[in-house]
Design a binder for this molecule. Structure first.
Ligand code: ADP
Ligand code: ADP
Length: 217
């Protein structure tokens, strides 16, 4: 099945995508992670998107379309993708529909994590990611000692360069203006479920598993 994780920056999309991947073996495709990798290696793509990412705006639909088509067209991912951070505007939602049609696939669910803005700011400013396994922790809510000591032995935890207070304000504004209308798009399709994203991490994943299990059966 294909699933979309929706929600503002810091809502917990990446965190929950990792749980769904572990449970169901469906790969997570994060456009943000793909773009960050391109910036890190300094590829042409990375050079193109670096400034716009740093400013909290959206990179062009054409760039995102190419990244997504590369995945959807790969038989390995056929009808088994968790989309994290995409679609980010109505245009991308329509592009996704066209790609799904082109490669004979369907979207099963859009899961929307709802979180209040003041909590989002704390989640984003406290976010740290393990440089080895990409697992995300939070200095306020989910201290990273487990990963450092147990899960992958790696001690280097990274703070994303766009996770600073100034850019966060811009990212939340971009979300309100560009991404919020996407919720209505999936609501009208009848495949959207709202989830209270302010619960404990495990309570949210339990709820997501129940929703996914009902759609899979
Ligand atoms: P997104 O992918 O939506 O931007 P992340 O999954 O990276 O969000 O989560 C943002 C930050 O909030 C991370 O530091 C993560 O550890 C933390 N976090 C995620 N879900 C919760 C939750 N339910 N309660 C508390 N902190 C959370
Ligand atoms: P978050 O959900 O925490 O805001 P992401 O990792 O999804 O972070 O995105 C980081 C940045 O990458 C965004 O602020 C934006 O500049 C860019 N980006 C990611 N996905 C998209 C997309 N689908 N369309 C346009 N820009 C994107």
């Amino acid at each position: 099945m294909n699933v979309i994780l929706l929600g503002p920056p810091g809502a917990g999309k990446g965190t929950q995508a990792q749980f769904i991947t572990q449970r169901y073996g469906i790969p997570q495709i994060s456009t943000g992670d793909m773009l960050r990798s391109a910036v890190k290696v300094g590829s042409d793509l990375g050079l193109k998107v670096k400034d716009i990412m740093a400013s909290g705006g959206l990179v062009s639909d054409e760039i995102i379309n190419n990244l997504i088509e590369n995945k959807i067209s790969n038989p390995e991912y056929k009808n088994r993708i968790i989309f994290d951070g995409f679609p980010r505007n109505l245009e991308q939602a329509k592009i996704l529909d066209n790609l799904l049609k082109k490669y004979n696939q369907q979207m099963s669910l859009a899961l929307n994590l709802k979180v209040d803005n003041q909590i989002l700011v704390k989640r984003i400013t406290g976010r740290v990611t393990c440089s080895a396994c990409n697992k995300t922790f939070n200095t306020f809510f989910d201290p990273p000692k487990n990963c450092e000591l147990k899960e992958c032995g790696q001690r280097k935890l990274i703070t994303r360069s766009d996770d600073n207070e100034e850019t966060i304000v811009k990212r939340l504004k971009t979300y309100d203006e560009k991404t919020f209308p996407v919720l209505d798009y999936y609501l009208k399709k009848g495949i959207m479920k709202n989830i209270d994203g302010m619960q404990e991490i495990n309570a949210i994943s339990d709820q997501l598993f129940t929703i996914i299990a009902a759609v899979r059966s």
